[in-house]
Design a protein around this ligand. Structure first.
Ligand SMILES: N[C@@H](CCC(=O)N[C@@H](CS)C(=O)NCC(=O)O)C(=O)O
Length: 198
């Protein structure tokens, strides 16, 4: 049985869980409370030296990094097709998510929604928000042209980007100015077996 170590409420942890549910892949969820330091215990560090969740355990082998998990789990399905160019376009969006989107959208949500420390992080939030909006602008531009991020077909790129986009408002992001992103989120929520986080 595949094991997924994760924390409820984390978008990165939602990604592999949501994909496995859509693929009807059974798995065991193991809750790790980051706020209590459970990802930094010697036992957890022996599984993932980077001390972060999600962590996927398959046949006793561990895989870190949520987007690597999406590639592994979606292999052989339509969500990560064989076509070389299409795979590269999907990966393009997944690398974009980790470098240009998640650091500004997930972190602001973490400070505001998870830690409830909006005032303490005011300066960092002010610095991050324009960068988060820049990333949302890039998505909006693409989604004005195609129904899904990597083109005409739903893929793991959409799951990767949906994770923190659909909860961005919890960090204070106003998504009402992104009509194509809103339409895209509804399109994803209509996929069979799709379960949103919030
Ligand atoms: N790039 C990683 C990021 C993982 C990550 O930052 N996980 C956070 C929770 S969302 C975490 O475990 N933080 C705890 C810590 O750094 O101690 C991924 O996509 O899986």
């Amino acid at each position: 049985m595949i094991k997924l170590y994760g924390m409820t409420g984390s978008g990165n942890c939602w990604k592999p869980a949501a994909l496995m549910k859509q693929l009807y892949q059974p798995f065991e969820w193991i809750e790790v409370n980051l706020l209590k330091g459970e990802s930094r215990t010697p036992a957890f560090l022996a599984l993932n030296a980077n001390g972060k969740v999600p962590l996927l355990e398959v046949d006793g082998h561990c895989l870190a990094e949520s987007n690597a998990m999406l590639c592994y789990l979606a292999e052989g399905s339509d969500l990560f097709p064989n076509d070389r160019w299409q795979r590269a376009k999907i990966l393009e969006w997944m690398f974009f998510e980790q470098y240009s989107h998640e650091p500004f959208i997930a972190t602001v949500r973490f400070w505001v929604h998870m830690l409830n420390k909006k005032d303490e992080f005011r300066d960092k939030i002010a610095e991050a928000m324009p960068k988060g909006h820049a990333a949302l602008g890039v998505m909006e531009q693409q989604l004005r042209q195609t129904p899904f991020l990597a083109g005409d077909a739903y893929s793991i790129a959409d799951i990767a980007l949906y994770a923190y986009t659909h909860v961005a408002h919890q960090g204070g992001y106003d998504l009402s100015m992104y009509p194509s992103i809103n339409a895209w989120m509804k399109r994803l929520e209509a996929q069979p077996g799709f379960e949103k986080m919030a």
